[in-house]
Design a protein around this ligand. Structure first.
Ligand code: ATP
Ligand code: MG
Length: 413
């Protein structure tokens, strides 16, 4: 799959951009703060309906357009795609709405010019984004790792995404009920209804995450062992489902092993009813504590998964180099997993990552770039790439929210 044309209106520092994109690698180069990362963020947003780093949608809107005197502000992102299935147009709009001096942005998604639910935008455009700060997937909080699982899965699996969104709603309702029971002593009879809804959706999420982490782990393990460490180090990904009370003592080795085994049990479990039953049992075990705290402590909303290298947790014991190597293995695995899952390679978005890799790893990543149909890379200095690579790439210069093909390209076309 590839993007043929991208239009941006009022997105970050792009007031207006119309950009034709070729197949193969495109290298966006330019000084700092010109809009290289913003362009990747725009494509990522169209694919996932999430920003790679903004907390709130208003941060995505061009701040010059946000002038209070400007009543109608629409941020617009449109991509024309070419896929195995044919041509598509995906669009996201961010529409300014002011009520009682409060400004918010309403999001609207369109596929082939027809309005769709945000969730139905997902899956049309599929990307793998690689940012220098992605090492936080290994070292950061569990929520970052859950986010990674959800965003990657949602790009390929609509059922998962629907279940996840419904689960989060039911979770909120169940927590509200728990607080009501604690505060007013009524509503206990309703609890089993919410528990059933929650476990029904949650068991689907558990099962899908277990099989995903395992499939991704197998791919990452091969790449890591064979291509990245010359057979010296083994990488394992372990899913740590929050499906038992054991999870609360994860630091001790034996309970950690129990949780890893539970992840393996989930993966092997063909019968979703069995997962549901186990989930209900675990929730019943902690019901009193849940009522007292007004929150549900068991469930996929508190899942985690970890990276182990040669038998040790990479988060606690890995060197920075080992963490980066594992991350590269993960990203390369993600590409081939998506390819297998959908029959089509995703679009690769690489932000400044090539500069951070040593020669061997850089060559490996650029080899993958040649295998997918489209890659957008950014760099402040194109000279870090080999002549051979630059020959195959289209170079574009980014300056103050404008993108122009290099003169060499202009002559070529
Ligand atoms: N909402 C916004 N409206 C207008 N400009 C913005 C907005 N958000 C960020 N910017 C600006 O966009 C500019 C380009 O940011 P971007 O992160 O794309 O730079 P870059 O080219 O990737 O630079 P670097 O090489 O430093 O990574 C920055 O100066 C930033 O302050
Ligand atoms: Mg940048």
């Amino acid at each position: 799959m590839h993007i043929k044309h991208l239009s941006l209106t009022n997105f970050r520092n792009y007031g207006r951009l119309e950009l034709n994109l070729p197949v193969g690698p495109t290298l966006l180069h330019g000084a700092n703060a010109q809009g290289k990362t913003n362009l990747l963020e725009a494509i990522y947003y169209l694919a996932t309906t999430k920003s790679s780093h903004a907390d709130q949608d208003h941060q995505l809107i061009n701040w010059e357009a946000l002038d209070p005197k400007e009543p109608i502000v629409v941020g617009k992102l449109i991509a024309q795609l070419e896929t195995n299935q044919g041509q598509n147009i995906v669009e996201m709009r961010l529409i300014k709405e002011t009520q009682r001096n409060q400004t918010t942005f309403r999001r609207q998604a369109l596929v082939d010019k027809r309005k769709v639910r945000l969730m139905d935008l997902l899956g049309n455009l599929r990307v793998v984004l690689f940012l220098p700060q992605d090492v936080q997937i290994i070292t950061g909080a569990p929520s970052l790792r859950r986010r990674y699982l959800d965003i990657t899965l949602c790009q390929t699996d609509r059922d998962y995404c629907r279940a996840l969104s419904a689960y989060n709603k039911v979770l909120e309702q169940r927590n509200a009920l728990l607080r009501r029971i604690a505060e007013f002593g009524d509503g206990l009879d309703l609890l089993p209804v919410y528990t059933e809804k929650l476990t029904n959706l949650g068991s689907h999420i558990f099962a899908r995450r277990a099989s995903f982490v395992s499939a991704l782990g197998r791919q990452a393990q091969n790449i890591h062992f064979e291509s990245l460490t010359d057979g010296r180090e083994t990488l394992r990904l372990h899913y740590l489902p929050n499906l038992s009370t054991n999870n609360n003592h994860r630091t001790d080795d034996s309970s950690l092993n129990e949780v890893i085994k539970l992840g393996q049990w989930l993966e092997a479990q063909a019968d979703q009813g069995a997962i549901e039953e186990r989930f209900i049992e675990a929730l019943e075990e902690v019901q009193e504590v849940d009522i007292a705290s007004g929150s549900t402590r068991i469930g996929p909303h508190r899942d985690d998964w970890h990276f182990w290298v040669s038998g040790r947790n990479l988060k606690n014991y890995g060197s920075r180099g080992q963490q980066r190597t594992a991350l590269l293995a993960l990203k390369l695995a993600e590409i081939s997993w998506m390819d297998e899952e959908t029959g089509e390679a995703p679009i690769l978005l690489l932000d400044e990552v090539v500069a951070e890799l040593d020669e061997h790893r850089r060559a490996l990543l650029l080899e993958t770039v040649q295998e997918v149909s489209q890659t957008i890379l950014t760099a402040t200095d194109p000279n870090m790439f080999t002549e051979a690579f630059l020959e195959t790439a289209t170079l574009m210069h980014v300056e103050a929210g404008q993108i122009r093909p290099d003169r060499k390209e202009a002559i070529k076309s």
